[in-house]
Structures are given as C-alpha cells and as structure tokens.
Design a binder for this molecule. Structure first.
Ligand SMILES: [Zn+2]
Ligand SMILES: [Zn+2]
Length: 380
C-alpha cells in the first residue's frame, strides 16, 4: 500500500501558504511529479493483460519523491575520481543565533558559509602542508526539519607540496581546534564586512547584538570518523549528498491537520523517535530549506575543481594504481503492479498535458475561485 507522501500534505494545504514565486514553482513541481501532467510511458502486462502507466518525475531538487534519480550520474563521476588515499569528513557548523539573519538573506549568507569554510581550509592547510582539495555539500536542516545550516566536507588525505604529491596518514592532517577558531574569525569578518557594505540588510542593533553574543562562543568544526576506505566514501555520498530536508519514507501519518514523522535523536544515541507537527508548521519548516533557484549546493575546491582537471589527472597518475570503483545505480522497478511479474512491455509514450498559458502558475497561484491553479488542472 502506498504510504503518505509529502505531496499529499501539500495538496490539501496549499491554500493560505505564504510563499515566494520560486517556492510556488517547487510546489508546482512536487504536486505534478509522477502524475499524468508530466507525461510518461504506457506499458502492457503480457501476464495479467492489464496496462500500466509510468509517469515522469519532476526532477526538482527539492522533491521528496524523485531525488534519487538525479544522483546516479553524479555518483558515477565521483566514483571514478576516488583515490587510493584515506578520506576524511568534516562538518562546519555555525551558532544557531545566526539563523534569523541567514533566513532573511539566504543566497548571500549560505554562499558566505561556503566561502568561509573554503578560506579556513585554504589558510590552515597552506601554512602547514600545501595545497589540499575537497568538495563540500550544504545541508540546511536538522532532524526535526529545523533550520540548521552546515557544510559537510569530504577531504582526500593527499596534498601537493612544491608540486610533489604527499599522501597523509590515517589521521586527519589539520588540527580541529585551529580550524574551529580560524573558521569563526573568517566567517565573522566576512559577515560584518558584507553588512557594512550593505550587501544585505538586517536591523543594525539586533545584528550587532547577535555578533557580540557569538564572537565569544566556541564554534565547532567536527572531524567525523574518517572513512574506512573509498568504498565507504561512495556509500556515504550515495546516501547523504543529494538528500533533502525530508524523504517520503520518514513521513508516518497525516490526518489533514497534523503530520507525524520519524527523526533520529542525536542527543540520545541516534534513537528513532517521532514528532507530530501541525501541517502548516510542517510545511513552513520544509520551505525553510528551499534554496534559491541557481544556488550551487555542492562545490569543488583545489584539484577537485573541474577547472583543475589536468592537475587532478597528474596527481592521480603519481599515486599507485587501484581498481576504480564503479557506481551501480539502483535499477528502475519494472514489475507489473497488478501481478508483480516482470512481464511489462512498452506500448507508447504518454505526452505531457499542455495547459493554456492562462492556467499556468503566475504571480498568484490561485485563480478567481481561489483554487490552487495546478490542482484545478490536476485530477489523478
Ligand atoms: Zn501483470
Ligand atoms: Zn519529483
């Protein structure tokens, strides 16, 4: 039986949601994902003689239904560039006092978070070792869908010193304490600079109250347990890098008013617990994690940056050869949903539904009768 999906919660709660136009576009994509609106393919089952449509996914990166389909290509590329060296995992977090400022200025300040972690790693490594490389993934959520921006950084234990390749031991090569202190200084310096240059706005008195509070606090850069081997890195990437705030599998129930979902309590040995929230609050939290349209969530630095491909190739050649890992994407399920046999054959393509321009999402997603416009067109 089909469990509760995020789209079900969205569908009955669109009215009254206060969202930006770009967030309405996300709503639109999620509601239409894998429905006849987007078209698809019609299959026939040679065993039970029934026909079965398979609809296209929306491919929106915030969609809880089809997030997996976009990751395969990315993982394949990462698998091919894994090196026979230790791999480390850092997490850059910032004090929660900064949340209101960031939520109001997401694009600029989430970019600043990337900038600050990159400058920290660059400064600390340059002094001690040489040129390191890494890639970083932004997550903005905590387990309860709360706003908790942080960056996961995967660092191969290899660096370039005077053009020579040096492989690190199994112990992370940069001191955590130094990273934490430098990160705090760098982040705050750029933040205040950008504020003084009017790159973003926030009530001035409150802004400095927050700064004063957090500049004396201890900031933490976590160095998680290093990955045991490149295979484990790949497994980690497959599971976490393209995650979004919540997946459908975590939603337990929805009764039109409240949503219950599972979360892991990190303070209690990752124990699985459930949380019930009013649907409106659940959706408010979900959209805290919607990213500006062209915001890049995964960034590459040093010899892992696409522009440094030649340096990477040289470095890879100087290391002992190892068997390249390949990523196997999970196979699409092509079993007949009626009789569960693999007897489906392709009949024809189903064209996406075309709506008159007047019914498409414009500034106001509600039509004259106050119906959400896509819902008006969409009836499964
Ligand atoms: Zn069948
Ligand atoms: Zn989708």
């Amino acid at each position: 039986m089909k469990g509760v999906e995020f789209a079900d919660i969205l569908r009955v709660n669109t009215k009254g949601l206060k969202l930006s136009l770009s967030n309405w576009k996300i709503v639109n994509a999620i509601l239409n994902c894998r429905t006849r609106v987007l078209g698809g393919h019609l299959y026939a089952c040679s065993s039970c003689k029934k026909s079965e449509p398979r609809y296209n996914s929306c491919r929106n990166r915030h969609c809880p239904k089809c997030q997996g389909s976009q990751t395969a290509k990315w993982l394949k590329a990462r698998a091919e560039e894994l090196l026979p060296v230790p791999y480390f995992h850092l997490v850059f977090t910032i004090p929660h006092e900064l949340n209101p400022i960031i939520i109001k200025n997401k694009k600029l300040l989430l970019s600043l978070l990337f900038k600050a972690q990159a400058k920290t790693l660059e400064d600390v490594s340059k002094k001690r070792l040489g040129k390191i490389a890494y890639f970083s993934v932004l997550h903005t959520w905590g387990q309860k869908l709360n706003f908790h921006p942080h960056i996961h950084t995967v660092v191969p234990g290899v660096y370039l010193k005077n053009s020579k390749t040096v492989v690190s031991s199994n112990k992370f090569f940069l001191p955590k304490k130094v990273l934490s202190t430098v990160f705090r200084a760098v982040f705050l310096k750029i933040l205040v600079q950008e504020f003084n240059n009017s790159k973003f706005t926030y009530p001035e008195i409150e802004f400095y109250q927050i700064i004063n509070k957090i500049k004396c606090k201890e900031w933490i850069v976590y160095a998680k347990k290093p990955f045991a081997n490149p295979k484990v890195v790949l497994k980690y990437l497959a599971r976490y890098t393209h995650r979004i705030a919540i997946s459908n599998s975590r939603i337990n129930s929805f009764n039109n008013n409240n949503v219950t979902f599972t979360y892991k309590d990190y303070k209690n040995r990752y124990k699985k617990k459930t949380l019930t929230l009013p649907a409106k609050e659940f959706l408010r939290r979900f959209f805290l994690h919607a990213l500006p349209r062209d915001f890049v969530r995964i960034r590459y630095y040093g010899f892992l940056a696409p522009s440094n491909r030649n340096i990477f190739n040289k470095l890879a050649d100087s290391l002992p050869k190892h068997t390249t890992l390949t990523y196997q994407a999970p196979q699409a399920n092509l079993l007949c949903t009626h009789c569960n046999t693999d007897s489906l054959t392709h009949l024809c393509e189903l064209k996406p539904l075309i709506f008159p321009a007047s019914s498409l999402l414009k500034n106001n997603p509600f039509n004259k009768n106050n119906q959400f416009q896509i819902l008006a067109a969409y009836s499964p």
